[in-house]
Design a protein around this ligand. Structure first.
Ligand code: SAM
Length: 444
């Protein structure tokens, strides 16, 4: 749920200004050297606010596309070098990466891509590599497109540990389709606050109505300028992320706990559906964002800043949703940096945290009440394996299988056990969907 500038930028900057490229260079350094999420690096970069809106979008798109295609880009660079660049030349390598991205994937005119890379090399203290950058980029300006067309893009742009885990979980073919889906920038999905008026909003926004009810826009400028933003008629939420909250059914007047709630996409859904919602998150700053989002939407929820593992409600809730912190590998289409920043060690740590939160969530729901567990991860450890372990441990819960009708008739997003298991390659003809897992459980 966000009001930040739309990821989909206006057409690629065709001019030869080094400024947006300098920002993109810092963003790559932020992700690859400082291991910071791209959004965070972008939002905190002091140079971003000094750029024109078009250049700002170009800088973000250049960095995001470079990260999305980094395996291909590095292979193209290595193809042109007789020996690898030394570790300490990370800045020069990032400049080359940005240049190759522009030449091969953004179709920037060669003079703009090459000249700005050489200028920035001199300005940023990589003058010793300026001639090499010039030579590699000039060569790839002519050979790059053909070389890239012969590459295995899906494989090269997917870290090996992720490829192996998806191939084991879903089979080699589906793994490849997931990786192919990650090559494309996703459309923008919106969740409407009110059930009525969907067709009218779709027309105003030039949006498609998905079978699940979300509105989908392919081309758009900044989100804040779209019709209905100011009036709080909708919020940004991937179509898959909008499914877990719906699994609680009719919640009008019920006391619902939204555990791990910020920035509040699911809180907004629950409140809009008429529930009395308490939203708990341990990050006070993120809760402030949730409160701001709810205020724009004119929706209400009680908020609590607390660790869900320790906090308990005064009495058991009618229903609970737990949207756990996870590796977010289901959102790589939107956040290509996730594939480069997350490690198997991160997943192991998250799995332990999720198990603790899930055990706490079971305690908070009244007998007969529903608990929905969800995560935006493709890793089975963070999804079905958590539920299998909970059931095997004898927890007082029973799975309530989800039906295709509850997810807009999209049988392909359901697992054999009746859980939600959407993959980025699902509904490909409609533009794909994020990878989301959810299980619905009834407290005994
Ligand atoms: C996946 S995000 C939640 C997204 C949110 N449900 C939505 O739909 O907009 C996970 C959230 O869990 C919070 N979190 C992580 N560990 C937590 C804990 N132990 N207790 C409470 N919140 C936690 C994080 O601050 C983060 O906001």
């Amino acid at each position: 749920m966000t009001a930040t500038p739309a990821k989909r930028p206006p057409p690629t900057a065709q001019d030869a200004s080094p400024l947006p490229r300098a920002v993109a260079l810092d963003l790559l350094d932020g992700v690859f050297s400082r291991r910071r999420p791209l959004d965070e690096a972008f939002e905190s970069h002091p140079g971003v606010s000094r750029l024109e809106r078009r250049d700002r979008a170009f800088a973000l798109n250049l960095a995001a596309t470079s990260i999305r295609r980094i395996g291909q880009i590095d292979a193209l660079i290595d193809h042109c070098l007789s020996r690898p660049l030394p570790e300490k030349a990370a800045g020069a390598r990032d400049l080359l990466r940005l240049g190759v991205c522009q030449l091969v994937f953004l179709r920037t005119p060669p003079h703009a891509a090459v000249d700005t890379a050489v200028t920035l090399a001199r300005r940023r203290g990589h003058g010793a590599h300026a001639a090499l950058i010039n030579a590699v980029l000039r060569r790839l300006a002519t050979e790059g497109a053909a070389l890239a067309a012969a590459q295995d893009a899906a494989r090269l742009n997917t870290p090996e540990w992720l490829w192996r885990s998806w191939a084991a979980a879903y089979g080699e073919d589906v793994c490849r389709r997931i990786a192919e889906a990650h090559l494309r920038e996703p459309p923008l999905d919106l969740t409407l606050k009110a059930e009525g008026g969907r067709a009218e909003f779709a027309a105003d926004l030039n949006a498609a109505v998905l079978p699940t009810g979300s509105l989908r826009i392919d081309q758009h400028g900044p989100v804040t300028t779209l019709p209905g933003f100011g009036a709080g008629a909708w919020w940004v939420q991937d179509a898959a992320a909008a499914l877990p909250a719906k699994l609680l059914g009719d919640i009008r007047g019920l006391r619902v706990l939204d555990l791990c709630a910020a920035p509040g996409g699911k809180t907004a859904q629950l409140a809009a559906a008429g529930a009395r919602v308490t939203a708990i998150d341990r990050a006070p700053k993120r809760l402030v964002r949730l409160e701001r989002n709810l205020a724009r939407l004119e929706l209400a929820a009680r908020t609590v800043a607390a660790d869900v593992g320790d906090w308990r409600p005064p009495g058991p809730a009618d229903a609970v949703i737990l949207d756990v912190p996870c590796s977010a590998t289901g959102t790589i289409r939107r956040h290509p940096d996730v594939a480069r920043l997350k490690t198997p060690g991160d997943v192991a740590g998250l799995v332990n945290a999720q198990a603790r939160l899930l055990a706490a969530a079971v305690e908070m729901v009244k007998p007969g009440g529903l608990l929905v567990y969800s995560s935006c991860s493709l890793q089975p450890e963070e999804g079905p394996a958590q539920i299998a372990r909970l059931i095997a441990a004898g927890a007082p819960i029973r799975r309530v299988p989800i039906t295709a009708e509850e997810v807009g008739g999209l049988g392909e997003v359901l697992s054999e056990d009746g859980d939600l298991r959407s993959l980025p390659c699902h509904i490909a003809d409609l533009g794909g969907i994020d990878g989301f897992y959810a299980a619905r459980l009834r407290r005994l």
